[in-house]
Ligand binder design. Structure first.
Ligand SMILES: [Mn+2]
Length: 240
C-alpha cells in the first residue's frame, strides 16, 4: 500500500481522473488531497462527488472550500427572518469576492444542478475536511496542510495555528519549519515561487514539498507525489 498526495485540483475533473490512472491508485492505497478541489475549473462539484465515493481519499481543507462553504450554506437556507438578518455586508462581500475573484461561478453552477439532498451531502462532506494531517510514511514524518504555517515560530504547536494561518498564508520556502519533518503544501503554484529552478514542477527545499503545479492555468500541471518512493507524477493541462 502506498501514500500519495495531490493538491489544488480546482475543478479539473479530467486531469484528476487521468492522474488516478497514472498512479494506478488501488483500494489499499491512500490519497491525500490538500484542498482547493473547488472553483476555477469546469467541474468542481463533479470532482468533489468523485472524492465522496472514494473511501481511500482523505481531504484537507483549502481556502476555496472555506469560501464556498460559507456561501453555499447561506444559499441553502430558507428565506426566514433569521436568514435575512445574516445577509449583511460581510456576507455579500464574501459572496462577490468568491464569484468575481476566486472562480466560484463554476462551483455554483454545478451545485445548482443537484437535488436538495445531494446539495446537503456536498455541504456535509466539505464540512468534514480535515484542517491538517500528520503522518509517518517509510520512517519519515510529514505535516500535510493546504497553504503553510502563517505566523510561524520555531517550536510552535500545530494546534496554536489559526485556520487562516493554515489555509490562507503563503508557505515560506526559505524557512525550514521543522528539522525532522517535511511540510507538504499546495496553494502556491510552484511557477510563482522565487528561486524554484523548475517552475511548474514539484519543488523541494528546506524540508518543504510544494506540490501545486498550477493545473488551472495554461501550461500548468496536476502533480502527485508518492511519499513512499518520492516519485513524482504529472498530468499536464495540455494532455487533458
Ligand atoms: Mn489555496
Amino acid at each position: 500500500m502506498a501514500t500519495y498526495v495531490i493538491s489544488d485540483i480546482h475543478g479539473q475533473y479530467d486531469m484528476y481522473i487521468k492522474m488516478l490512472e497514472k498512479i494506478s491508485l488501488k483500494d489499499e492505497d491512500t490519497l491525500y488531497v490538500l484542498g482547493d478541489v473547488l472553483d476555477r475549473g469546469p467541474h468542481p462539484i463533479r470532482t468533489l462527488r468523485k472524492l465522496m465515493e472514494m473511501p481511500n481519499a482523505i481531504c484537507i481543507v483549502g481556502n476555496h472550500e472555506l469560501m464556498a462553504l460559507e456561501c453555499l450554506k447561506f444559499l441553502m437556507q430558507e428565506v426566514t427572518e433569521e436568514a435575512l438578518a445574516g445577509l449583511d455586508r460581510d456576507m455579500l462581500e464574501g459572496y462577490l469576492i468568491w464569484i468575481d475573484h476566486n472562480g466560484g461561478r463554476t462551483t455554483l453552477d454545478e451545485f445548482r444542478t443537484l437535488d436538495a439532498q445531494s446539495r446537503q451531502d456536498v455541504i456535509d462532506f466539505i464540512g468534514e475536511f480535515d484542517i491538517y494531517e500528520e503522518i509517518c510514511v517509510a520512517g519519515r514524518d510529514y505535516l500535510l496542510v493546504h497553504a503553510g504555517l502563517g505566523n510561524f515560530y520555531p517550536g510552535k504547536d500545530i494546534e496554536d495555528y489559526s485556520l487562516a494561518d493554515l489555509v490562507w498564508s503563503r508557505a515560506e520556502y526559505d524557512i525550514e519549519y521543522y528539522p525532522d519533518k517535511y511540510v507538504v503544501t499546495g496553494h502556491t503554484p510552484t511557477q510563482g515561487i522565487t528561486g524554484n529552478p523548475n517552475p511548474g514542477y514539484i519543488y523541494r527545499v528546506n524540508n518543504h514539498i510544494a506540490i501545486d503545479c498550477g493545473c488551472y492555468f495554461r501550461g500548468g500541471r496536476l502533480a502527485a507525489i508518492c511519499l513512499d518512493t518520492g516519485e513524482e507524477y504529472y498530468v499536464s493541462r495540455d494532455d487533458a
